[in-house]
Design a protein around this ligand. Structure first.
Ligand code: ADP
Length: 455
């Protein structure tokens, strides 16, 4: 709002009880500010309705109206009224009062002028003004014997969206203080609406996010149940195929031609692969179940046990496991943490063409790490992974090699990630093709459970 348009420019400042008036005005502004601060809506109508009464009462106005523009139709509606006789009370929001672009409406109507010019418009005395007002306006106000009008536009984001207008039956002298009071009122409405609009947008996004999360949770649960049921249901027919191939193999052992033997071999290999896939699917579905087990896990003891279990594979590959640091105790499921170590160590040895595959296990320290977490690094001297696949490999059945090159199902890292996610832990890697990989993952320190229960 740049300036004020005073139609009777000889406005005088009343010398009456000025201090008392000022005090009342300040009190009214305080009331309006308070009302607006407790108003959690971006609804212009409600905001303006709430301020209309103090706005009119303060200057002794007889009537007050809030007109709002319904864009894009440019129609003006009455949204709130003050002091109107009974028969007019019903006009609120019932019918459009005016259409801004129509012929009988020009800016010779104080409220419309306030909207079009985005200025406060004040008419001290309608009878004495040289300014021509539209016939429609004069006909409208005549029965109410209106002599003075003051209209304050409501401007939001530089667009006038409505106007608050007060009417006086006696000529009203408007002083500078009242003018500034009117401007302040309009500013309070504007900032209330803008603030609440922002708040509502933020709340909406928050609500949408919560809903999306809920749906995602349900879908994940359904998927888990599906995987669980499918992996169980698939076992039975697979067992039947395995038994019958076994019987056929034994019965026809010496009678099969080499080609037929080859077919039988292929069936056996395919069923073995199928069994491994089903096992992995079962592990995957279990990864998100039974996560309530929270036991104290001594990682040093656990690593000794893991190495023992992998002895055959380690010896076959002539691999070496070096634990560089003493590891702290963590909280979680011993079985699940053990499967994380097994998967990562086996991968480090498997995806490795060195004559002597080497796996180094150490504690990773970084001041940026969450103090409730322990970060562990498993480093290998294997084939390494191109950076563009660093995320992809954690997806289910995502493999970068054929089964002929390196055997596997592509479920290992997906299982590891899922277990860690359930414990609010993370996994990531650094790797350079040909130079080996470093997998980092976090686990929960002993004090994590206490910290979590405080959250
Ligand atoms: P799998 O071992 O059954 O193939 P994973 O989910 O454990 O499945 O691994 C997914 C893919 O990530 C592997 O097929 C491999 O291409 C790549 N990968 C995993 N670990 C390593 C590693 N230490 N070095 C190189 N590549 C790896």
């Amino acid at each position: 709002m740049e300036s004020t348009l005073l139609v009777n420019e000889d406005a005088e400042i009343s010398n009456g009880n000025k201090l008392d008036k000022t005090f009342k005005r300040l009190k009214a502004i305080e009331d309006i500010s308070y009302t607006c601060s407790t108003l959690f809506t971006s609804d212009v109508a409600l905001a303006s309705y709430k301020v209309l009464k103090p706005f009119c009462e303060l200057s002794g106005a007889d009537y007050g109206l809030v007109f709002l523009l319904k864009n894009p139709t440019k129609q003006l509606f009455v949204e709130a009224t003050y002091g109107l006789p009974e028969e007019y009370k019903e006009i609120r929001n019932k019918e459009k009062i005016l259409t801004l672009d129509s012929e009988d409406v020009d800016d010779n109507w104080p409220s419309i002028r306030a909207i079009l010019k985005k200025q406060i418009v004040v008419v001290k005395d309608l009878d004495q003004t040289s300014m021509g007002f539209s016939k429609l306006f004069r006909d409208t106000v005549k029965p109410h014997k209106i002599r003075s009008v003051a209209a304050v536009p409501i401007v939001i984001n530089d667009k006038a969206v409505g106007v608050i207008t007060k009417y006086f039956v006696k000529p009203h002298v408007l002083d500078e203080e009242e003018l500034s009071f009117m401007k302040t009122t309009a500013n309070i409405i504007t900032s209330t609406i803008e603030r609440n609009h922002l708040l509502e947008t933020a709340k909406k996004s928050e609500r949408e996010l919560a809903q999306a999360n809920e749906i995602l949770k349900q879908v994940n649960q359904e998927l888990d149940s599906f995987v669980y049921i499918a992996s169980h249901d698939l076992r039975e027919p697979l067992r039947t195929i395995e038994s019958f191939t076994d019987i056929i193999g034994h019965k026809l052992q010496d009678r099969l031609a080499s080609e037929e033997n080859d077919y039988l071999e292929r069936i056996i290999k395919a069923t073995q692969r199928m069994r491994k896939l089903i096992e992995d699917l079962t592990h995957l579905s279990r990864a998100s179940r039974d996560v309530k087990e929270n036991e104290l896990v001594n990682l040093n003891t656990l690593l000794t046990e893991v190495q023992f279990e992998l002895t055959a594979f380690i010896q076959k590959k002539d691999a070496q496991i070096i634990v560089l640091d003493r590891l702290p105790n963590v909280i979680g499921s011993k079985g699940k943490i053990s499967s994380i170590f097994k998967n990562l160590i086996l991968n480090g040895i498997k995806f490795n063409r060195s004559l002597k595959p080497q796996i180094k296990i150490s504690l990773a320290e970084d001041i940026n790490f969450d103090p409730d977490k322990v970060c562990i690094c498993i480093e290998d001297n294997g084939i390494g992974i191109e950076e563009e696949y660093h995320n992809k490999i954690f997806g289910l059945f995502q493999r970068l090699h054929t089964n002929e090159d390196f055997e596997g199902t592509g479920a290992g890292l997906a299982i590891v990630k899922k277990i860690l996610e359930k414990y609010y832990c993370d996994i990531w890697l650094n790797s350079v093709p040909g130079k080996g990989s470093k997998f980092f993952f976090t686990l929960n320190r002993v004090n994590w459970v206490k910290a979590k229960s405080k959250r």
